[in-house]
Design a protein around this ligand. Structure first.
Ligand SMILES: CSC[C@H]1O[C@H](OP(=O)(O)O)[C@H](O)[C@@H]1O
Length: 366
């Protein structure tokens, strides 16, 4: 079993699911109970919990908790299958851009009938289904550990004259966006653990401030050397400081390697190209959607204007101001050096072939 991080977005045991209220960070550390898929849908939609992998694990475990605690209402396995299918498909609608919840829902729904073919006893069917759903938590822990290792190995090629590495990242991709140590921030953690990190630069990440509220919280908590910048400072930073690589997360990577990620990622990729700085995506293969040929097919979530015009209820702009608030943008594969996954590092143009070979070699992703 992988040991979970000390900072946990999700706390779970059979019958009980707690999530860290990320809207209250960094001032308050408050865990709230999730009893049903409806509770999880609201928490995901309001970004009380966010981060593509964490969203998927929260969604799956909310259905597991609801199933376990309301066993008596099911009189047949077909009623369980109907319930699970409905709840998972409902959770997919909470946020449209990240693919992880969709991927998790499909994996579980595809498992329901084969499990019934093996198990016709209702009680034992529910127990075995819960065992399967709970594996999503452990898988994320393992994925994060492997992404950290592959990412740290990849970054070593940029170490010269025994100097340590300066890495720039965006948004929050750590323990508050996953169940483990994170994706891009998990690599930064691994570099720090390997004693080869000079500084982790990170952006505030307006307008939701995942950087200043969440990434800062994690790096201060872990005592990792860091410097926070405003999003608008990224160009000057790359022109004046030795940035060895930019590493960011992903919400959905398409078959050609185009990547949807937090708004502001695209311009970081353009700046990195201009300054000849390697630009990496770090994401589990559950964030890769081979059904989408390119980033043009990705739905970009539009968030409420209040998330841009206010901070903790304080107005930053006059009432009635018109805003545009896309939560993500798409970075074309041509600007991406590599995609760091739990199965290794892939160039964008080899991603589909490598992944299809992987799926053929895997008996089951779980
Ligand atoms: C490893 S988290 C992936 C991804 O999710 C974040 O978006 P949000 O905070 O809106 O859920 C951000 O785009 C991260 O890169």
């Amino acid at each position: 079993m992988q040991t979970p991080p000390t900072l946990q977005a999700i706390r779970y045991q059979r019958g009980s699911l707690l999530i860290l209220d990320q809207l209250k960070l960094p001032d308050e550390t408050v865990y709230i109970s999730i009893h049903t898929a409806d509770d999880a849908w609201k928490a995901i939609h309001t970004m009380t919990i966010r981060g593509a992998p964490a969203i998927a694990v929260c969604g799956v475990l909310s259905v597991a908790v609801e199933l376990h605690n309301s066993r008596s209402k099911f009189d047949s396995i077909s009623s369980v299958i109907q319930f699970i299918t409905h709840q998972l498909n409902y959770l997919v609608t909470a946020r449209p851009t990240a693919v992880n919840m969709t991927d998790a829902a499909k994996t579980i729904i595809d498992y329901l009938i084969p499990l019934n073919n093996k198990q016709q006893n209702l009680t034992l069917y529910i127990d075995e289904l819960l065992d399967f759903m709970e594996q999503f938590l452990q898988r994320d822990l393992i994925d994060n550990r492997l992404i950290g290792q592959y990412g740290a190995e990849t970054m070593c090629q940029y170490i010269s004259n025994k100097k340590k590495l300066n890495i720039l990242t965006h948004c929050n991709t750590g323990s508050l966006a996953t169940v483990g140590f994170g994706t891009a921030l998990g690599i930064i953690r691994q570099l720090a653990a390997n004693n080869v990190l000079q500084l982790a630069y990170f952006t505030e990440t307006r307008p939701y401030n995942q950087g200043s509220r969440l990434t800062a919280y994690e790096l201060v908590h872990d005592r990792i050397p860091h410097t926070m910048i405003c999003d608008s400072m990224a160009g000057l930073l790359m022109r004046t400081q030795p940035i060895h690589a930019v590493i960011v997360g992903a919400d959905r990577v398409t078959a050609n390697g185009d990547t949807a990620n937090k708004i502001g990622t695209y311009q970081l990729a353009i700046l990195a190209k201009h300054h000849d700085i390697p630009f990496y995506i770090a994401a589990p293969t559950t964030s890769i959607d081979l059904s989408k040929k390119s980033g043009d097919e990705i739905i970009i979530e539009q968030r409420p204007s209040s998330e841009m015009t206010t901070v903790k209820g304080i107005n930053l702009a006059p009432e009635g101001v018109q805003v545009w608030n896309p939560a993500f943008d798409v970075t074309p594969a041509s600007l991406i050096t590599g995609i760091i996954t739990e199965h290794g590092v892939f160039k964008p143009d080899e991603l589909k072939e490598k992944l299809l070979n992987l799926q053929r070699s895997l008996i089951s992703p779980l």
